[in-house]
Design a protein around this ligand. Sequence first.
Ligand code: M6R
Length: 589
Amino acid sequence: MCGITGYKGKRNASEIVIKGLKKLEYRGYDSWGIAIKTDNHLNVIKRIGKIGDVSSKELKLKKSSFGIAHTRWATTGKVTQENAHPHLSMDNKIAVVHNGIIENYQELKKFLTKQGFKFRSETDTEVIPQFIQYFMDKGNSFNDAVINTIKKLEGRFAIVAINKDYDTMIGARRGSPLVLGVGKDEFFLASDIPAFLEYTKDVIFLDDNEIVFINSKTEIRNFQTNKKVEKKTEKIDWDAKEAEKGSFPHFMLKEILEQKESIARAVNQDLDEIKRIAKLINDAFGVFIVGCGTAGKVCHTATYLFSRIADKHVNFSFSSEFPNYQHFLTDKTLMIAVSQSGETADTLEAIEAAKKKGVKVLSIVNVYGSSMTRISDYNIYVKSGPEKCVASTKVTTGQLAILTMLAYACAGKLEEGTKLIKQTITDINKTINDSYLKKIKSLAEKIRDNESMYIIGRGLNYPIALESAIKLQEVSYIHAEGFAGGELKHGPLALIDNKTPCIALVANDETKADILSNAEEVKSRAGLIIGVAPENNPAFDYWLEVPDSGNCSPIVNIIPVQLLAYYLSTLKGIDPDYPKNLAKCVSVK
Ligand code: M6R
């Protein structure tokens, strides 16, 4: 959470970093700020709220070749102008932007306070520029002062630092992402590639404990060993337009509709590699699958997929809970980590815990070059392209498709699996059209004022009921809860009244009769039933048709719920791309 960016080169830095911030806003949008170096002076601007439509002209910033910027998702310290980044040293010479958490900041702040340093914010970040000044006051060069400072930091961080008296921009990371963009006589630093994609596709992914000094050239070192590191420049095969909304009102709608193509890209994998990975899963002595939020629900669904398709037991744990299972791990265990961003702190920590026990890790990740892909033994990319809306949609179905394919591969039936997924993609293409969208929008109009909603599913569609609840909560702010159909009678039925719509997720499998009778149970207590199903049924007050897709029912059933959540959000005047209190990438514990 939080997006950072920096630029050094021949163009106008304020324009570049402001544009970059707009591309990184999905990472946090409580407040923003920039620092531009002009004539040995740092111009700093900080504001509360989203950067929105602000232009560098409006900010009346002088032309400069050098600047840094930040968009914040508050962790330590409230949402105030003082707490917005960049943070400055007491002498106002050094400016720093930071993504991550400095766990020992209180101890560092206490030390600096004793040395006479005054603090202007409540943040953990402010100790960084202050410590850099502390070391410079003691005679360190800017470069050495930054190295000595970051050696003191505990926790996860990516930082960019500038000094009004130096021509060097410095970036460093441990545990949070930082990518270097390499242009002709210009360099970019950012939490994520879209921040500079329109200027260069040549990138260097910094790894943990690496620091880059940017002048007219760049030098990368390991800040622990101080050894120079030679890094490969990689060419990114992304179209800058993919990261734009284009003619769509919101990224969320664009990304939901992109699923027609993104699922196909997700399963367009090297099939020999998929077979090799399936063998790893089959040969492992214990398989754990971990993820958070929506990725967690994908993992939960995968336990059903592996069980029914490949007779394989896979253990699911939310990443944050995974350390509790450490006792079961051996060097024969396999971990499957699922993530859109590849930067979620809880999942990174789960991977680190597993690796300490010699566990091999397979990551299923969307963001190319992200931290998870750099520490895992095997990677499968979801290939959905940039997903900007905080609510995950296209990456969810891409991950589900990959895990379905892996389950079939484990059963030695990869061909059958890919055929089913391809058919599902064709059927989704036929289903999602303008009249389908209109139907879902008019349903949203009918239920927009309801305070609560419930979603029920069984088998493969139980975790999808849980995921449906996340989608509705995130973007419509409606209190939504998912239940296993069979659990209703054990408590939740008491919540049903004529003001509670209930979505029943139906698959044409052995759970069908039972979930339909659960829907009837709700209906007979005056609840309104929205059936997401391949066939209509008298139990439904509204029917949202989906293709009959066998083991791909989780993929087809979540799409109409994503659309319903989208329309509820926009009808209620909410911006679904930037829901309150959330950030796309949660890089704190
Ligand atoms: O980037 P990740 O997939 O690791 O993120 C995990 C969750 O934070 C994420 O799925 C979150 O729940 C989404 N906002 C859901 O739409």
